[in-house]
Design a protein around this ligand. Structure first.
Ligand code: ADP
Ligand code: MG
Length: 584
């Protein structure tokens, strides 16, 4: 077919106008987009070749080459992937098929400044080549077609493009960028290599560049005929679990977290179903210094099909799990997804829920294995290996909890769907144990016959909690009370009314009803006392009029003469003090 000139679809023309007339906030991304297209083309070939291995022809090793020519002022990205026929080039490079780009175009306002900002957030696939080029030539041959059915597509990025048939022996596609005069800084080995390292390191194909050598005579670097891979071509999370050693997992963690300590635990999974993604999540051993900053960004890196999209993808993890590190690689999200779009995406919501479930399951597992084996468990013969494995796990959860327990409690107020799971993971000190090791379930298992509530007390310090006069009656009756001295306890517990069907009751609130734990005699004695002391109570009420709402006889004290309590639904003294401190 002879050369013909065709017009771009209206939306493409609109997009191109914007690309070429706006200041692009991050021009480097053109390379990410084009390398990613090259990698996609190789993936497509691999897929089609599953049923037709002849498509590999004599070049089964798939790769991407990035070359530049200083004299011609071109950058060429070549792949030996699926390629395009002439009809496909017209269709794929002349119209917008991709929903992400369509969405982008539909949001254009016509206001240059605003749209320039928008384009910075999106990235626009193939057309981003026009950020740095004033002309793009694409030469391609589709796998399986004869050499005579190659295609050349040329455009200056304005209203139209030219296509013609060419002879092309090599399968796959070359995208040749004719650089704008003000973008020649990209004609640099170092620069291109650096961009590839930043955005495309984990592309699983080798990305090759020509080696350079210093030429003393010309006093400049010259390119050699030798090619080398400039990426590690090796996405760890894309490998199967059995091919990755514990050391490699730990090393990768250090790479992405900048943490020098090994992680406590990790979980690596390929999730299939309506939303497909790979998750590799790590639980660090030490809390970062700014753990308490709720604006602290999440530790999750987002990839789409092994192409790096963004760091600190906060939409992929709830805030109370912001300390989890890792990688999510989605098979569904568009490459040009922005933070704003992430917030709205249904796939992202599914990923966030999946990540949350996974982290809570990891913690549950750690908590379960943390306990030292009990005597009765020893009946079974355990191998030395199992024993060593069990010893390795012992103490991990308490170590984790000491670092991250407080922030985990935020989940009670933040993640209602998982509140029960989170509650199970919480640990407290109590009147029977000094260490922060009692879970609600342990507490329940030890509850007294007739006890109807889980009792707790909050105070500034554990010592203050422990010595509170409000505990006297509980001590006397041998009822365990959870001691809470963490700043967030009060707030967190306000979101938890019960655990596994048993109500939670602060011993500092209202007239603690010991229910069946209080015998008839005690009740009668209290009533009689109330009668006897009525005149005294009236006097006290009168003199404390501005300071106390009520004064009453209580059975909660054993040794102390009096104590302060708050109303059942009132703010606790602890919380009131906290708010006062914060100036409220
Ligand atoms: P996307 O990659 O999201 O589909 P692009 O604008 O990056 O959008 O690319 C548009 C289309 O052009 C691709 O879907 C593909 O069909 C075709 N294409 C682009 N680059 C190549 C390539 N190197 N090899 C084969 N086809 C390509
Ligand atoms: Mg693309």
């Amino acid at each position: 077919m002879s050369k013909q000139t065709l017009s771009f679809q209206a939306e493409v023309a609109q997009l191109l106008h914007l690309v070429t007339h706006s200041l692009y906030s991050n021009p480097d991304i053109f390379l990410r987009e084009l390398v990613s297209n090259a990698s996609d083309a190789c993936d497509k070939l691999r897929f089609e070749a599953l049923n037709n291995s002849a498509l590999y022809e004599d070049a089964p090793n798939l790769e991407v080459r990035v070359a530049f020519d200083k004299t011609a002022k071109t950058i060429t990205i070549t792949d030996n992937g699926i390629g395009m026929s002439l009809a496909e080039a017209v269709e794929h490079l002349g119209t917008i098929a991709k929903s992400g780009t369509k969405d982008f175009v539909s949001r254009l306002s016509g206001d240059q400044k605003q749209d320039a900002q928008l384009i910075g957030q999106f990235g626009v696939g193939f057309y981003s080549g026009f950020i740095v080029a004033d002309k793009i030539t694409v030469e391609s041959r589709r796998a399986g077609l004869p050499a005579a059915e190659g295609v050349r597509w040329v455009s200056g990025g304005t209203g139209d493009f030219e296509v013609e048939n060419i002879e092309r022996a090599a399968r796959g596609t070359s995208v040749i960028l004719h650089l704008r005069d003000d973008k020649t800084e990209y004609l640099s080995h170092w620069k291109l290599k650096q961009i590839i390292g930043k955005y495309s390191d984990h592309i699983s194909l080798p990305i090759l560049m020509q080696k350079e050598e210093w030429d003393a005579e010309k006093s400049e670097y010259v390119q050699k005929d030798e090619w080398e891979a400039v990426n590690s071509a090796n996405a760890l999370w894309a490998r199967s679990k059995k091919d990755v050693s514990d050391e490699q997992y730990a090393e990768f963690y250090k790479n992405i977290s900048y943490d020098s300590e090994a992680p406590l635990a990790w979980s690596h999974n390929r999730v299939e179903g309506s939303t497909e993604y790979t998750q590799l999540l790590y639980i660090p051993a030490k809390a970062p210094h700014d753990l308490w900053n709720r604006d602290r960004k999440a530790g999750i890196k987002l990839y789409v099909k092994r192409v790096f999209i963004m760091d600190e993808a906060e939409a992929l993890m709830p805030s109370y799990l912001r300390w989890v590190k890792g990688v999510v690689d989605s098979a569904d999200l568009p490459l040009n997804v922005s933070r704003e779009l992430l917030q709205e995406s249904r796939d992202v919501k599914a990923i966030r829920e999946g990540n949350t479930r996974r982290v809570l399951a990891m913690l549950e597992d750690m908590a379960k294995k943390d306990v030292a084996p009990k005597a009765e468990d020893k009946a079974e013969v355990v191998s030395a290996e199992d024993k060593a494995a069990a010893e390795k796990e012992a103490g991990k959860y308490s170590a984790f909890y000491a670092e991250f327990g407080s922030v985990l409690k935020e989940g009670l107020g933040e993640d209602f769907a998982n509140r029960d799971k989170i509650a199970k993971l919480l640990r407290f000190a109590s009147t029977t144990t000094d260490t922060v090791s009692v879970g609600f379930a342990d507490y329940k298992a030890r509850m007294k016959e007739g006890q109807e509530a889980i009792y707790y007390i909050t105070a500034d310090t554990l010592a203050a909690a422990k010595n509170s006069p409000q505990l006297e009656v509980f001590k006397k009756k041998g009822i365990e009370v959870l001691l809470m001295a963490d700043r967030v306890d009060e707030w967190a517990l306000s979101h938890l009314n019960e655990f596994d069907g048993t109500p939670l009751q602060s011993v500092a609130k209202g007239s603690v009803d010991l229910g069946k734990l209080q015998d008839e005699e005690e009740k009668k004695a209290a009533e009689a006392a109330a009668e006897t002391f009525k005149p005294l109570l009236e006097k006290l009420k009168e003199s404390l009029r501005d300071k106390a709402k009520d004064v009453r006889v209580t059975t909660r004290l054993v040794d102390s003469p009096a104590c302060l309590v708050v109303e059942d639904h009132g703010m606790s003294t602890q919380l009131a003090r906290l708010l006062k401190q914060a100036g409220q």
